[in-house]
Ligand binder design. Structure first.
Ligand code: ADP
Ligand code: ADP
Length: 213
């Protein structure tokens, strides 16, 4: 069986960047709630009788999309995957409890960075709309001029929206990370290193923990 990996850390920690490498190297599915929700921004969820009628409205406000919507996305994706790297979920205690009921995990990776680094990385993040690949205006500029010119900034990567998301992370998601500290696959990685430095630590951690699975 392929490894089942959870990757956590604040906004800008490098979860998306490193998850792509993990998916390529280990042949697992990259399951990302942010990506899935962006593809379903306009989906009508008015039948749930919540604050807003679409996932996109929560995302633009920097708030979490309701658990009922996100739990269903993750459960369907994990059901189909033989091995995965789960990125962007769980973000609160109820989602963590829901995940417990869906699957076991072999590796729980936590990328640590400061709040200052988060803000710097997110406000400089640019996305290739064709491939979904993330770049950075300073730290990761694409070599290909065609790609360079088509890069866009995510609507929620403005300073204000980033600060709101970091507050939500500290209030709701940081306590979830604490909950995994006793998990046998738990490992913290210094996310302030270069992307290659972070990747080297991640590979070692996965190879040690996923052996025999
Ligand atoms: P997350 O998915 O955790 O929010 P991303 O992988 O999207 O983070 O990375 C956020 C931004 O920081 C992107 O612009 C990315 O190019 C850049 N980045 C990612 N890892 C590093 C790193 N180790 N050093 C410098 N910049 C990085
Ligand atoms: P970031 O990690 O920078 O906030 P993501 O791409 O992971 O960005 O998520 C974008 C938005 O999608 C979040 O601000 C939130 O509104 C929504 N979202 C993603 N994952 C979840 C989740 N597990 N629970 C609730 N909302 C989520």
């Amino acid at each position: 069986m392929e490894p089942r990996i959870l990757i956590m850390g604040p906004q800008g920690a490098g979860k998306g960047t490193q998850s792509r490498r993990i998916a390529d190297e280990y042949g697992v599915e990259h399951v990302t709630t942010g990506g899935a929700l962006r593809a379903n921004k306009q989906k009508d969820i008015s039948h749930l009788g919540l604050e807003y009628d679409t996932p996109g409205a929560y995302m633009e406000a920097g708030e979490l999309v309701p658990d009922a919507v996100v739990d269903a996305i993750v459960e369907a994706a994990l059901d189909e995957a033989d091995g995965f790297v789960l990125d962007g979920y769980p973000r609160n205690a109820d989602q963590a409890a829901a995940l417990d009921g869906m699957t076991d995990l072999d590796v729980v990776l936590v990328l640590d960075i400061s709040r200052e680094t988060s803000v710097e990385r997110l406000t400089g993040r640019r996305v290739d709309p064709e491939t979904g690949e993330n770049y950075h205006v300073e730290f990761d500029v694409p070599d290909d001029e065609v790609v360079r010119e088509r890069l866009v900034q995510r609507e929620d990567d403005t300073r204000e929206a980033v600060e709101t998301r970091l507050d939500v992370f500290e209030d709701e998601t940081a306590p979830v990370i604490d909950r995994y500290r006793d998990h046998e696959g738990y490992v913290e990685v210094d996310g302030e290193q270069s992307p290659d430095g972070v990747w080297a630590d991640i590979r070692t951690a996965i190879d040690e923990r996923a052996k025999g699975s």
